[in-house]
Design a binder for this molecule. Structure first.
Ligand code: MV4
Length: 446
């Protein structure tokens, strides 16, 4: 097992990783920008290294600075968290070239899943259902033929994309011709890759993802699914485990399909397989090769510490449980608490004057906030995750409502009131929502 892990991240996820290390008797190294000198992740770590100025490009994305920090402090391994360098195959390679273990998948698997066409083909070849669409890149010459074969409406996606940026819907051949060039220019600007592909457009799907873990001994398990359909502009706002949309048969099937594919791919460490689910059918769309923001809902229902498993896997140990030893118990919901304007959704950085997180049975708060801390303007507006567990979805909702009422974050604007409105809405209470629901809900208010 590792003696010392460098955490190449900030905020709540840096703390989350620190906590797993602490419990395992592993020393931690925090890295931070000059904007984060007083940050909680720096205070808790055994050692810390300043890696650059506030802009992420020059600090949390600064590979030489981070690898140097690991070398100087004698760290055996680096955990990248999520965002920043977590899905950069070059970073994973460079870390390993320096004799440091990257806590994550191989660079080859990160690269494969970063190419959305290649990833989709790999899963389709393994018998996983995918959205009907082109197997090859869409060009000006073949796009109309591909779209006609699939049937309109179609969705144009960027092979280097993901997370939804740069997608365009076309309802007719004329519209396809109009938006193809725009999609290509946007993809090139955003991802430096102008390769596009075309899929049948699903008009009201749910976003359901399966958490998997794989070790280097050939063991693979899935930890059930999360429903992440409550989102706005491709930012998830509420996630739950399990999905209110799946029955027991569908749940077993989506998990089994995910495990089988991960095993065949020879994948290692934690991963998330994303599906769209509509009219009782699920379709693979993408795979994420990192720890995800919403991993705690899965931890709450399985009792498995996903970060601990990641560290164990990276150090060569076997998974701590077999599939038949994993039991899903109850229901969990996560609310992403953002420091943002409730009206414009613009980030609301500043000093937190008062901080009183909720507590009690079944309540978990992952946050790096403290009374008097500063939220810098340079990073993501996510400042806390309120994660609540209950024996039933209804008990979970009761606990979530009172936890949201207890939560006090003073000095900055937050989306706590939006969460209160979501959890009070009949559609959310009934589990009756798709990926478009929250956008309609927030627009109706304005
Ligand atoms: C789709 C789709 C409808 N039809 N693909 C957006 C993020 C990216 N990972 C895939 N996305 C979508 N792919 C087909 N064929 C709708 C979306 C989509 C979406 C998916 C998941 C969560 C939120 C979303 C919001 C808008 C669109």
């Amino acid at each position: 097992m590792f003696d010392k892990v460098l955490i190449a991240n900030r905020g709540e996820v840096a703390l989350r990783i620190h906590r797993a290390c602490r419990e395992m008797g592993i020393k931690t190294v925090a890295v931070h920008s000059t904007a984060d000198e007083d940050a909680m992740h720096v205070r808790l770590a055994d050692e810390s290294v300043c890696i650059g100025p506030p802009p992420a490009r020059e600090s949390y994305l600064n590979m030489p600075a981070i690898v140097s920090a690991a070398t100087i402090t004698g760290a055996d391994a680096i955990h990248p968290g999520y965002g920043f360098l977590s899905e950069d195959p070059a970073f994973a390679s460079i870390v390993e070239e320096h004799g440091i273990t990257f806590i994550g998948p191989t660079p080859a698997h990160i690269r494969l899943m970063g190419d959305k066409i290649a990833a989709k083909k790999a899963f389709r070849d393994l018998g996983v259902p995918v959205v009907p669409g082109s197997e090859e890149p869409a060009t000006d010459a073949n796009a109309a033929k591909i779209a006609a074969e699939i049937g309109y409406p179609v969705l144009i996606k960027a092979a280097g994309g993901g997370g939804g940026r740069g997608m365009k819907v076309a309802h007719t051949q004329a519209e396809l011709a109009r938006v193809l060039g725009i999609a290509r220019a946007e993809a090139k600007a955003a991802f430096r890759n102008d390769v596009l592909y075309i899929e049948k457009f699903l008009d009201r799907p749910r976003h359901i993802e399966v958490q998997v873990l794989a070790d280097t001994h050939g063991n693979v398990v899935h930890l059930g699914e999360r429903d992440c359909s409550i989102q706005r502009r491709h930012q998830k706002v509420v996630e739950e485990a399990g999905s209110p949309a799946l029955n027991a048969k569908e749940r077993a099937e989506i998990g089994a399909v995910a495990s089988k594919a991960i095993n065949a791919l020879g994948y290692r460490n934690a991963g998330t397989i994303e599906f769209l689910f509509q009219d009782g059918a699920f379709y693979f769309i993408e795979m994420n090769t990192r720890l995800q923001v919403e991993h705690p809902v899965t931890e709450m229902v399985t009792g498995i510490d996903i970060v601990r498993e990641q560290i164990r896997i990276a150090s060569g140990l076997a998974l701590s449980r077999r599939q038949d030893e994993i039991v899903m118990r109850g229901h969990a919901i996560e609310c992403r608490v953002n420091a943002e304007s409730p009206d414009t959704f613009a980030p609301s950085p500043g000093r937190v004057t008062d901080y009183h997180p909720p507590g009690g049975l079944g309540v978990r708060v992952d946050s790096a906030l403290y009374s008097g801390c500063r939220i810098p303007p340079n990073y993501d507006s996510l400042v806390a995750k309120l994660v609540v567990h209950g024996e039933t979805r209804n008990e979970c909702l009761m606990r979530l409502r009172r936890s949201l009422e207890e939560y006090v974050i003073g000095g900055v604007q937050t989306n706590l009131a939006l969460h209160q409105r979501i959890v009070a809405s009949p559609e959310f209470v009934n589990g009756d929502y798709d990926i478009h629901w929250l956008e309609r809900f927030t627009e109706a208010k304005h």
